[in-house]
Design a protein around this ligand. Structure first.
Ligand code: PGA
Length: 250
């Protein structure tokens, strides 16, 4: 179990527009008085400035969905960690399975991205998770341990400063959720790996992600090593997101 309060992070992915973002955030902020967990939203980079303004002084932290592994220079389309820093970004997702899959991101690249975020004072939310084929082949633990090991190898000295998100690829956006027991089993493996790497591993929040919603959040969050959630679809609906935030505040 992490020593912190639960952390609930909305991953907006490539959704939203100026008007929809303003309306969603205003609805969520209206219900935040009864929320006691840590909360963040990871938004498309073009909206970081908008959200920085909307979230100012609120209990919701700002997050990005990716960061460049490069520091600066001739990398068209890339966004550096220091640019994120300019917009008071507190968290940055790295190694989401959609980036590993569609942008061929390797474990080593993800580890460098985590390093860039940490160096800029931004907490990387490092995503790990197995595909359905890997689960069926009994490789779940080996896959997530390999993915986390790369990040530990590159960031050993400050590994207690990261957040980990276990997101089984087969559960993302599919409506299929890992059972609480399946999630806990993998989270315990990740926790042990972090403990072997750092005396302060209990500071690391290990989030579950993959079709988490207002109905299944409570039983997932009740698991001893599930320290919060990384929420896609359900974070785009204010009542659902708020309901999950309240569940995580208990
Ligand atoms: P989902 O996405 O909640 O829509 O399954 C989670 C994620 O990919 O972070």
């Amino acid at each position: 179990m992490s020593t912190h309060s639960k952390l609930m992070v909305g991953n907006w992915k490539m959704n939203g527009n100026l008007a929809a973002n303003a309306s969603l955030i205003s609805d969520v902020l209206a219900g935040m008085s009864s929320v006691g967990c840590r909360t963040a939203v990871c938004v498309p980079s073009v909206y970081l400035s908008q959200l920085q303004t909307l979230l100012k002084g609120s209990a919701i932290d700002l997050g990005a969905q990716d960061v460049s592994a490069q520091l600066s220079g001739a990398f068209t389309g890339e966004i550096s960690a220091s640019m994120l820093q300019d917009f008071a970004v507190r968290y940055c997702i790295v190694g989401h399975s959609e980036r590993r899959q569609y942008h061929n991101e390797t474990d080593a690249l993800v580890a460098t991205k985590a390093q860039r975020a940490l160096a800029a004072g931004i907490t990387p939310i490092v995503c790990v998770g197995e595909s359905l084929a890997e689960r069926e082949a009994g490789q779940t633990e080996a896959v997530v341990k390999r993915q986390l090991a790369a990040v530990i190898h590159a960031n050993g000295h400050c590994i207690s400063e990261i957040v980990v998100a276990y997101e089984p690829v087969w559960a993302i956006g599919t409506g299929l959720t890992a059972s609480p027991e399946q999630a806990q089993q993998v989270h315990a493996v990740l926790r042990a790996q972090l403990q072997a790497a750092s005396a302060h591993a209990d500071r690391v929040s290990i989030l579950y992600g993959g079709s988490m919603n207002a109905t299944n959040a409570a039983e997932l969050l009740a698991q001893p090593d599930v320290d919060g959630g990384l929420i896609g679809g359900a974070a785009l609906k204010a009542p659902d997101f708020l309901s999950m935030l309240k569940t995580a505040s208990r």
